[in-house]
Design a protein around this ligand. Sequence first.
Ligand code: MSP
Length: 519
Amino acid sequence: MSMSPFYVTTPIYYVNAEPHLGTAYTTIAADAIARYRRMTGRDVLFLTGLDEHGQKIAQAAEEHGVSPQEWVDSIAPKFAEVWEMLGISNDDFIRTTEERHKRGVQAFWQKLHDDGWLYQGHYEGWYCVPDETYWTDEQLEDGMCPQCGREVQHIREDNWFFKLSEFGDRLLEFYAANPGFVQPETRRNEVVSFVTGGLKDLSISRTTFSWGVPIPFAEGHVTYVWIDALLNYITALGYGSDDPADAARFARYWPADYHFVGKDIIRFHCVIWPAMLMAAGIEPPKSVFAHGFLLTKGEKMSKSKGNAQTPASLVERFGVDAYRYYFLRDVQFGQDGSISMESMIQRYNGDLANDWGNLCSRLFNMTEKYLSGAAPAAPADAAGTAEDATLRAIAGSLPEAYEERMSRLDYAGALEAAWELIKYANRYIENSAPWTLAKEGDDARLAVVLYHALEAVRIAALFTAPVMPATSAEVWRRLGLGDIAQVTDILAAAEWGGLPAGSVVTKGESLFPRIYDEE
Ligand code: MSP
């Protein structure tokens, strides 16, 4: 089993407000792949964090009558709380106001300066504070930010510039040589055509406010917040530190396997970021995956539109695993997805209460009732009936189907593969009618049927664990098995026959009690 490293990141979130469903979405998706890769034996580093500098944060602080540092310190714990509530298993959490980050940003500045990639110039143009993005006259739409439709500010400043315009050809060559760098394909086309259109040098310092990382060689200049933010992916690994342990960490995990981002921020991640890294002589990440937006009633959900819901309100009603399941199952990762209370209730009652929850509860119940809660031994006649064989075959093909889909971050497809097993196991119980076998005193066949169904549940719990970790842990406990979180070889664990004879099976409470639509 290889322990090769796997480094996955989320964007670092602005701390102008508390996390909402949109920001939680990226984090849950990254968490699911991080958990799955740990189960396949990879040495995972899963990073998330907070983007704490810039004008937008300084403004939020001012509106609340506190200093920027006080403001970010008051919001940061709220993110940590929500991630904990959502079962996020990040290995590190970076805040851009941390010393390790500032040191790295300054080291990066110095490197680019020494290597001649920077120059002083004058910027005049537009700036969207909510998006922290520069725009030209031509880019504005009706005088507003073309991205978010809000007002823009006119700015004139002496800034430091990065020679981004010199990287066009290198970037195009890089995209051609690394077709998996921008995913999905549609985003890749968008990035390629943007770069083909020609790149302008980028203003990367600001002088009209001070809430940022100071530029080491330019008094009064702070780092443009996007440059500051992108660097988190390497400062968290110890870039810019003299400590050999940091150097080893950097060498081990960089380049990142995946940066997860929303489709609104791909130019930063797929154009500016690789160019910055190339300038510093650092390899670009292996892949940037851009997901779509969560839409409610056809509109992007966002704080500014006032249609953002808090994760807590949904977790309270549905539970954390159902929450995680819904977003990864109902929305195709990479595309926009409409979410609604109706579809969430439908998924919950259908897939979770009827299929998965019901399978577990009826089976554990019967094991208690007919076998005094002791798991039966594997049947002596290994072949059994045609239905036994079908159930084993579906369980046997699940690991490969699941891996194939997860390797493309097709969460919905991966869950569907797990559901084939869950659905067939329900049908298998229906058709085998253990209750009749018990009544007729056919103990031998009864044991075979329950054994098969229990094995199917044990294996289904493994492959639903990355998305629904708490439920899978509970299912394994009820099967009398060890801690599912300790599984680091999912292939070996998923082999048929892993349930020891005599394992103590307990029925417990309903895993997903049905929910009734209050409206
Ligand atoms: N701070 C920058 C990222 C810097 S990364 C070096 C930022 N932060 S953000 O908090 O505004 O947004 C973070 C992520 O949340 C983005 O990837 C964005 O696409 C995502 N989402 C925000 N609203 C969303 C939806 N309604 N739906 C899905 N994701 C959305 O940008």
